[in-house]
Design a protein around this ligand. Structure first.
Ligand code: DX5
Ligand code: ZN
Length: 218
């Protein structure tokens, strides 16, 4: 059995009570804190900057999992490294040379992830997958929390899992978008091991119950 990690997305946290929400989600057993960075260009929405990530770093021991939905991830990389990112994931669609950027991320001593949007086929990863610590399969169009899980992504998750297994390396397979206790069994049964969940966690009454339901969904 694969260990399942849950990564609540801060995008859905209560901005007026950010510190409280982050501490609550950590105490509730979250593995990673997923930090969605949007530039209003790669995606039609804005979120928050590296300054916010830096401000919350001292209040949490969670793995800071930074998801860059921005057009020029290389330009902003160092800001997020200095802010305390443990994993930086950028989009395949945003860069010319993903392997070079992975190497640059690794040069800072942190983990590198690559993400593909729903319309991008898994096959684009076949020659580059070994350069990454994490593959993020988007299960919604990036840009907004609270959307519905795209069922057609299940096959893509399985395809990426097969590619990862062929490498023999310990590469994480993350899914992001529309994941809840009701459907978390789908990405898991298709091979995902890190589940991002924004609204399902932060809009729930009891973070601990929701996180353990997502983690153990069958
Ligand atoms: C979407 C973001 C997600 C989002 C997930 O662009 O990458 O991380 O916050 O939110 P839910 O879980 O509500 O779909
Ligand atoms: Zn995300």
């Amino acid at each position: 059995m694969r260990e399942i990690k849950v990564a609540p997305s801060m995008l859905s946290a209560d901005i007026l009570h950010l510190e409280e929400d982050i501490k609550k989600v950590e105490a509730a057993g979250a593995d990673y804190l997923h930090l969605d960075i949007m530039d209003g260009h790669f995606v039609p929405n804005l979120s928050f900057s590296a300054d916010i990530v830096k401000a919350i770093r001292p209040i949490s021991n969670m793995v800071f999992d930074v998801h860059l939905m921005i057009s020029d991830p290389e330009f902003y990389l160092e800001n997020f490294v200095k802010a305390g990112a443990d994993i930086v994931t950028f989009h395949y669609e945003a860069v010319e040379n993903p392997v070079a950027l992975a190497e640059k991320i690794h040069s800072y001593g942190i983990k590198a992830g690559i993400s593909i949007k729903p319309k991008t086929p898994a096959s684009v990863l076949s020659d580059i997958i070994e350069n990454f610590d994490l593959i993020l399969v988007m299960t919604v169009e990036p840009g907004f929390g609270g959307q519905s899980y795209i069922m057609e992504m299940n096959e893509k998750i399985a395809e990426v899992r097969e590619m990862i297994d062929k490498t023999g390396k310990d590469i994480e397979l993350q899914v992001d978008g529309g994941v809840s206790p009701k459907n978390a069994h789908l990405p898991v049964s298709h091979g995902a091991n890190v589940l991002v969940a924004g609204s399902a966690v932060f809009k729930s009454e009891d973070y601990k119950t929701t996180i353990s339901q997502i983690r153990s969904a069958e």
